[in-house]
Design a protein around this ligand. Sequence first.
Ligand code: CMC
Length: 432
Amino acid sequence: MTANSLTIRDNRNGKEVELPIIDGTMGPGVVDITNFYKEFGLFTLDPGFRSTASCNSKITFIDGDKGILLYRGYPIDQLAEQSSHLEVCYLLLNGELPNKKQFEEFSHTVTHHTMLHEQMAFLFRGYRRDAHPMAIMVGVVGALSAFYHDSLDLRNPRHREVSAFRLIAKMPTIAAFSYKYSVGQPFVYPCNRLGYSENLLHMLFSVPCDNYVVSPVLAKALDQVLILHADHEQNASTSTVRLAGSSQANPFAAASAGIGALWGPAHGGANEAVLKMLHEIGDEDHIGDYIKRAKDPHDPFRLMGFGHRVYKNYDPRARILRKAAYEVLGELGRGDDPLFRVALKLEKIALEDDYFVSKKLYPNVDFYSGLILSAMGIPTNMFTVIFSVARTVGWITQWKEMISEEGQAISRPRQLYTGEVHRDYVPIYQRK
Ligand code: CMC
C-alpha cells in the first residue's frame, strides 16, 4: 500500500482495490477513479459534482473556505486593482503576464478583430425588439461559426488562437448591438482608439447625433467587473463549454452553449435577479419580511446574491465590488442611492443572522455587480450579457486547455438508471 492512495473495499465480495490519490499544487487532491468501473463494475454517483473534479487545470484556483481566488497564481485583488481586463485576458490565455511588446501586440490584435461581418447585422433584425438580449447572444455567438469558418481546424494551434482572439474581440460588439437593437437605436461600430471597456461603453451609449465622452471612473469600474468575472474554474457555464467542446464542436458553438448555461438565475442570471429583488424590497423597512421568507423552508424564495457552491466565506470578488460601488455611485453623485442603502442594510442584517451565518451564506459577486452596472445606465436585462462578455476569456482559455490535452476524449457521464425495467410494446388498440 502506498501513502498516496485510498483503499476501497467492496462488502459484497470482500474485494479491495487501492485507488491512487493525486495531489495538485494547491487545494484538495483527488482520488483517481478512472478504473473504478473496471475494478468494481460500479459507477460513482455525484449529482451536481459536489465532490467530483472533472478535469486537470492550470488556470484558476479557488479556496472557498478562505475566500481566495487566483488567476494563474495571481490574487484577484491585485489584478483588479493594478491590471486591466485585456492584460488579464493575456494572462489567462498564455499563463504569464505579458511584457510591454507582447501586450501591445495582443491589444492591437484584439482591437483589430472587434468588427462583425456586416451581414451579421441582419441576424439581429430577425429578432423581436423585446427579445431578452441573452436570447440574442445565444444565437448570434453560435452564428459566428457561420461567418468565421476559416479558423475552425481544432487540431491547428494557430486556428485555436485566432478563434480565441475573435471571441474576445467580438463579444463586446455583439453585446452592444443586442442592446442597441432592443432600444431601437442604430448600431455603434467599435472605435480602435479606445480601450476594451471604454469601447464597450462607447458602443452601448453613443448615438450618432451626440458626442458621448466615456468617464474614466466608469470605464475603470467596468474593467474591474470584467476582470472579476473573467474566470472561475469549473463553474456551470465553463463546464458546459468544456463538455460541448469535448465533442469537437467548434469554439463558437461551445461558447454559445456556455451563454445558455450562464443565463440561469442560479449562475450568471443572479445579478439581474439581485436588482429585481432590491427593487421589490424597495425600502429598508421591508427587509425583515424578505429575510423571513429566505429562511422559510416552505418558501422557494432565496436571497439573490447570497451563497455560493464554493465560497463558504466572503466572496473576494464581492469585497472588491463593494468598494467599486461606492466609487461609481460617488462619481455619479448618487452616494445616497436608495437601492444601495437597501443593499447595504440587507447585507448587514444577513451577515448577523444565525441562518445565514450557520449556512455560511455570504454576499457573492452578483450582489454588487448589478448595482454598479445599473448606476452606469446599463439596463437590468443586460447584466448577464456583460457577465458573458467577461467570462468569454475564461471559456475560451478552458476550452483551449481541454482541446490541447493529450488523449482528449468526449465527456460522457454515466447515470444511475431508476426507470422501468424491460417491458414489451403493446399495440394501441390493446392498451387500457
Ligand atoms: N438564500 C436563502 N437560503 C439559501 C441561499 C440563499 N441565497 N443559498 C443557499 N441557501 C440555503 C439552502 O436553502 C440550503 O438550505 P438547507 O440546507 O436547509 O436545505 C443551504 O443554504 C445550501 O444551499 P444549496 O442550494 O444546497 O447550495 P448550493 O451550493 O447548491 O447553491 C447557490 C449555491 C449559489 C446556487 C445558492 O446559494 C443560491 O441559489 N444563491 C442565490 C443565487 C445566487 O446568488 N447565485 C449566484 C452565484 S455567484 C455567481 C456565479 O458564480 O455564477
